[in-house]
Design a protein. Structure first.
Length: 200
């Protein structure tokens, strides 16, 4: 009888010691699944922006990018900051060459850590630039132009476009967040799509 009581106490201690480790593993797997999900959503957003750009030079890349991950990443200024609808870097439909289409710096990490202004609390960003494809109709973006621009019909060798979408992913698990940069504690998920604009 005494031996049985000691065995139950030992089992209780083993469970108490193992439970935090098991909980950490479960939350870590959940974070990994969430990161994978948002990575898929941002990839779809980049491809939607590219499809929009290929259709016509006056189509709105920004609307396509922000509208694709509809339920995962809301199409609001709070989420997209100055690349949100109606903001300074969201005009992707005006005269080519005078647009401010996407973030002018390619969405650096600093746009996700601003404490005031339109970018405060931002969790998503997109950037667009003209380039030349390394292998005629496919390949990587070579000789890229400045961010914030689309190809024009007068630039014969720079008719490709690259659309990049970033998402600020913050893990739920505090231990994982602490490994990702102290007080920041987030990962920038980056997805891009590149292709030739076909209307030239």
């Amino acid at each position: 009888m005494r031996f049985h009581r000691e065995s139950r106490g030992q089992s209780f201690i083993e469970v108490a010691l193992a439970l935090p480790v098991i909980l950490l593993l479960v939350l870590g797997v959940t974070d990994l699944a969430r990161a994978f999900y948002f990575s898929i959503e941002t990839s779809g957003a980049a491809r939607a922006g590219l499809r929009s750009a290929i259709v016509l030079e006056t189509t709105d890349i920004g609307d396509a990018v922000r509208g694709e991950p509809n339920s995962a990443v809301p199409n609001t200024v709070e989420v997209w900051g100055d690349t949100g609808q109606g903001q300074t870097n969201a005009d992707c439909t005006s005269t080519v060459g005078s647009q401010r289409c996407g973030d002018p710096n390619g969405c650096p990490p600093s746009v996700f850590t601003q404490s005031s202004g339109v970018n405060k609390g931002r969790i998503a960003c997109f950037a667009v630039r003209a380039c030349r494809l390394s292998n005629v109709d496919y390949g990587t973006c070579a000789s890229p132009g400045a961010w914030n621009t689309r190809p024009t019909s007068t630039t014969a060798n720079t008719r490709a476009i690259e659309v990049v979408v970033f998402y600020k992913f913050t893990p739920v698990t505090p231990l994982i967040a602490s490994f990702l940069g102290g007080s920041n504690g987030f990962i920038l998920l980056r997805q891009s799509a590149t292709g030739n604009e076909l209307y030239f």
